[in-house]
Design a protein around this ligand. Structure first.
Ligand SMILES: [Zn+2]
Length: 115
């Protein structure tokens, strides 16, 4: 099925074909159309919905417990984040200590990156 982004969108103000662009918000890529003449932009509806879902999660402050499991320590990742990252089975993720007191987890999901 063709994506709406493949279509040419006509500006509802000046009736000229719009140009396509990719906006980056918080590292999130959103496909858009814009009219050079009217300086108006339209965001791709599914990219916008995905971005809003991301933004709602980003604004939350999760508190999780750090506990000893055998010789390692474990934290529970809230299910909202796991669902957002499309994790359905046990997997290996990449961890890195960014700076003292700050740890990053990299999920390998590439679904939010638009080619
Ligand atoms: Zn226009």
């Amino acid at each position: 099925m063709a994506d709406i982004y493949d279509a040419t969108i006509i500006c509802d103000h000046c009736s000229k074909p719009t140009d396509k662009a990719i906006l980056v918000k918080n590292g999130f890529k959103i496909r858009a159309w814009f009219c050079r003449k009217c300086k108006k932009e339209w965001l791709h509806p599914s990219d916008l919905a995905a971005y809003n879902a991301f933004k709602r999660l980003k604004e939350r402050d999760f508190r999780v417990k750090l506990r000893l499991v055998g010789n390692s320590w474990a934290i529970s990742i809230p299910k909202e984040i796991i669902e957002y990252e499309d994790v359905t089975v046990s997997k290996t993720v990449q961890l890195s200590l960014d700076e003292p007191g700050r740890l990053s987890i990299f999920f390998t999901s590439m679904r939010k990156i638009i080619k």
